[in-house]
Design a protein around this ligand. Structure first.
Ligand code: AKB
Length: 316
């Protein structure tokens, strides 16, 4: 297989920590450079780690030159909840850093970019059920506005400068290895930790809040499949809708009760409820399936068993 030198930004986060392991198995440990802002002495990683503050474009260029990086998975971002609390920084971080990498690709310093968009690009006027690939997009959060603008920037760089940038609109991602942070969908990860630690959970989203979700293994496979697809198959840039699952907090509680019968849930919705209410409840991903074979494997039952089995070991 052709070897590619890769940089992952925000690599110690929920997606990055699992993507790094997957890419190492495909491309080899020495071809995957992970980066984040954490001090190396606090990082437990078997491979090459660089400290990068993604706002520092000069440092990015230096690391790219040092390792002859050709592909960047740019994951560093502020998620919906955090960006809403710090809107100017959220906008700057999410936008400026994407533009740094798009410019580097335009200048042929790097060849290829993966950049995650989100269901946050949709808003209250978007059809809620089975949200199509192309539809009304009226985001009502800073995060959503930045992701929607990012999608248009990607398209512009592809059309005007031939940049190879690929993207998906992630729904909520569920995983046990690294906790989520700052998102509206994070309750669906927190609930499993609390089920094991306390036997009960107070959800910050209310009963009946259906959101699209995806188990992390399916998300990681999606990234790899998209990034290894022929560019011709993908055509004009689009950030692909990814469906997978759709459930509300009480559905997860019921699944958890199959394993922990005494588990209880109550509800104390906070500011994230309004964000969740503005998002789709399920996603139509037929375009991703047709173009590059998106094929998620985890249903709510398999996901719950996997989460609880692994967290039981991790949390003892
Ligand atoms: C968030 O909740 O902000 C993210 C997302 C859906 O993009 N998980």
């Amino acid at each position: 297989m052709e070897t590619d030198t890769i940089l992952i930004t925000g690599a110690l986060g929920q997606i990055g920590s699992e993507l790094a392991e997957k890419l190492k198995t495909i491309y080899g440990k020495n071809n995957v450079i992970i980066s984040d802002i954490r001090d190396p002495k606090d990082v437990d990683y078997d491979g090459i780690y660089e400290v990068i503050d993604v706002m520092d474009a000069e440092k990015i260029k230096e690391v790219i030159a040092k390792h002859n990086i050709k592909t960047v998975y740019h994951l560093a971002a502020l998620l919906s909840g955090t960006a809403e609390k710090n809107p100017m920084f959220g906008w700057k971080l999410n936008m400026d850093t994407l533009l740094t990498f798009l410019e580097l690709a335009k200048d042929k310093v790097i060849d290829k970019i993966f950049w995650p968009s989100s269901i946050g690009v949709f808003g209250p006027d978007t059809p809620k059920e089975n949200t199509p690939q192309n539809t009304v997009q009226t985001p009502s959060t800073v995060y959503g506005i930045s992701k929607l603008a990012g999608e248009y920037w990607c398209k512009w760089y592809q059309q005007n400068h031939g940049v190879d940038v690929r993207s998906v609109r992630f729904p909520g991602l569920i995983s046990w290895k690294t906790p989520a942070g700052g998102g509206t969908t994070d309750y669906a990860v927190d609930i499993y930790y609390k089920a094991i630690e306390d036997g009960k959970y107070t959800s910050f989203l209310k009963e009946g809040t259906y959101l699209p979700m995806l188990y992390m293994d399916d998300a990681i496979n999606a990234i790899v499949e998209l990034m290894t697809s022929d560019a011709e198959k993908l055509g004009e840039f689009k950030s692909y809708n990814l469906g997978g699952l759709s459930f509300a907090p009480e559905d997860l509680a019921k699944e958890i009760q199959k394993h922990i019968p005494d588990f209880t849930i109550d509800y104390a919705p906070d500011f994230r409820q309004a964000i969740a209410d503005s998002w789709p409840s399920s996603i139509d991903d037929t375009v991703a399936k047709a173009d590059w074979g998106f094929d998620p494997k985890f249903d709510i039952s398999k996901m719950t068993t996997t989460m609880l089995d692994n967290l039981k070991i991790k949390l003892v």
